[in-house]
Design a protein around this ligand. Structure first.
Ligand code: GTP
Ligand code: MG
Length: 206
């Protein structure tokens, strides 16, 4: 349970094109059905769609591109933005944020905990695109492992594009990294499943 009626912070994490923005938009829609008030933090660098950790794993030197200081700037900016939201809104239920791939997740966590949240308060939803399992296993193993480990829930998305077996394989991959992690299987081009909606909106953080 979050202290002082603070809004819950929900992070939508996942690799390029996995469905983070789609999920964020669906969550906003769902929140309005539940009459909950959301603030959305949008990350301009994220909009460019470059994920420097992925790029680095693939052998590109992205530090040259971004000068290496983007994460620090972002950390300060994120902290200031959250604090601003907390100071100026006393009726917020959720802060939704899609971090860009440029952001170091640990720096993001630090920015959020500096605003008075416990790390365990952060609702980090990892969105997993099962159409790309082979690519993740081949090129992004460590990054995938770290991302699942940091997440609270996994959403296996795009189930309309893969077989049931593939969906199960994705869920098993997540569970083998973080035993017991809850997975929700979805086609985010449709609605959020009611089970997931209730989980996110109805249930307080335990
Ligand atoms: N078939 C199918 N397509 C989906 C689903 N969810 C999202 N998409 C599509 O996948 C593409 C990428 O979705 P986004 O929500 O932009 O993904 P993202 O993770 O925000 O992408 P980046 O921010 O660029 O990393 C879009 O064309 C979506 O319409 C799904 O469940 N099924
Ligand atoms: Mg996006």
């Amino acid at each position: 349970m979050i202290k002082n009626n603070r809004p819950e912070v929900i992070l939508f994490t996942g690799f390029l094109g996995s469905g983070k923005t789609t999920m964020l938009l669906k969550t906003i829609e769902m929140a309005s059905v539940y009459q909950k008030k959301c603030a959305i933090i949008i990350n301009e660098i994220g909009e460019v769609g470059i994920d420097n950790r992925q790029m680095r794993m693939l052998g590109y030197d992205v530090l040259d591109l971004f000068g290496g200081c983007v994460c620090c700037t972002m950390k300060v900016t994120l902290e200031a933005t959250i604090n601003h939201l907390l100071e100026n809104n006393d009726d917020l239920d959720y802060i939704l944020f899609e971090p860009s791939g440029v952001a170091d997740p640990l720096a993001l966590y630090e920015a959020i905990t500096n605003c008075g949240y416990a790390e365990s308060d952060i609702q980090n939803i990892f969105i997993f695109d099962p159409t790309r399992i082979d690519f993740y296993q081949k090129h992004l193993k460590t990054l995938f492992w770290d991302s699942v480990n940091l997440a609270k829930y996994v959403v296996i998305n795009k189930i309309d594009e893969v077989s049931k077996e593939r969906t199960e394989e994705a869920a098993e991959m997540a569970a083998s990294i973080k035993p017991g992690i809850k997975s929700f299987k979805m086609n985010l081009n449709n609605e959020l499943t009611s089970e997931f909606s209730q989980y996110l909106m109805g249930k307080e953080v335990s």
